[in-house]
Design a protein. Structure first.
Length: 335
């Protein structure tokens, strides 16, 4: 079995770097009707996307390259060959997992789009809740003339579906009870990309770093490539003091998952620095979490076969929980 997996891996890796599309051409130039429809669908009223100096929303980058039902020119056989190889290996299902975009130049009505795409990477064999398979990442470079306007990375999981478990008996659990085997299940990992890698590196060293725009001084979280207040692209970081309060929360009961032990509270925490972050509220029963409850940052480490994982959580402050409930009552909160 191991030999077959290794042979398949070698064949899949041979597709890395091969072109998936060459000199593709957008079916339509950048145009105002598509921009208007996009903005209406997204509820985006930014004045930059209308008027005499209209630009296209940067997140429309992929829209100008899509081929629709009839496809587009420039497509190579490499991507189809890769999919056929995965199908033969039993990886017959596919799901899109995430994408990353980098914007280098605004697109304006009348711009003619061209693009090239390459199979950037094929992962090693991975086992997920959906099944076992391979992550395939494609990078597309979008141009106007000779100018690189942006880069779009698209990642899919091509997998063999996991076998369905009998009703009421899943992975060692029955009637909602979790066995020791289930308790050792691997915890899902956060998606780390170029925009948020610095945040997770800080967490690994027990530091919660908040982005701060160097142009207007506005802090922001989650991490973004640009300021959502002034549009500035330059930023630095400040380290959170760790003090915060529960701004809002939910109690998770379903769906059950072996790596977690429901019910548990997930809070939207308002930090002293003026930003909010989603994380678990610990140190108090889930049914005692309240809006206004004072919490303090701490870091929890989880170890499994994927290696160590450090995550920020927020512990209810002993001796101050009652204070939080009184404050909430004065402000008319529920509870």
């Amino acid at each position: 079995m191991s030999t077959a997996v290794d042979e398949l891996r070698a064949r899949l890796k041979a597709y890395e770097g091969r072109a998936a599309a060459v000199a593709g051409v957008g079916k339509d130039p950048v145009n105002e009707p598509m921009i208007r429809h996009w903005c209406e669908a997204m509820g985006d009223t930014d004045p930059a996307y209308s008027g005499p100096d209209t630009i296209a929303p940067p997140t429309m980058l992929q829209a100008w390259t899509m081929g629709g039902l009839s496809g587009h020119t420039g497509r190579t056989e490499a991507y189809d060959e890769l999919f056929d190889l995965l199908d033969e290996a039993g990886c017959t299902s596919v799901v899109a997992t995430d994408c990353e975009q980098e914007y280098l130049r605004p697109l304006r009505p009348g711009d003619e789009i061209t693009f090239d795409a390459v199979i950037e990477s094929v992962s090693d064999r991975k086992t997920t809740k959906l099944g076992t398979g391979y992550f395939v990442t494609t990078r597309m470079d979008v141009r106007v003339g000779q100018d690189l306007a942006g880069t779009h990375r698209f990642r899919i999981l091509k997998y063999a579906p996991a076998r369905q478990k009998q009703h009421g008996k899943q992975d060692g659990k029955q009637d909602g009870k979790q066995s020791g085997e289930g308790a050792r299940a691997r915890r899902p990992r956060p998606v780390v990309n170029r925009d948020n890698a610095g945040f997770w590196e800080g967490v690994e060293h027990h530091r919660l770093l908040i982005q701060r725009c160097t142009e207007c001084g506005t802090p922001r979280h989650p991490w973004l490539p640009g300021c959502n207040a002034c549009g500035g692209l330059d930023w630095d970081t400040v380290e959170a003091s760790g003090e915060g309060t529960v701004y809002s929360y939910v109690v998770m009961h379903h769906p059950p998952f072996p790596a977690f032990d429901p019910p548990y509270a997930v809070g939207l925490i308002e930090l002293a620095e003026g930003v909010r972050i989603v994380s678990n509220v610990v140190g108090v029963p889930y049914d005692k979490v309240r809006i206004g409850l004072p919490v303090r940052l701490e870091f929890q480490r989880y170890d499994d076969e994927d290696g160590p994982l450090v995550l920020p959580v927020f512990r209810a402050q002993e001796g101050r929980a009652h204070e939080g409930r009184v404050q909430e009552g004065r402000e008319g909160g529920v509870g």
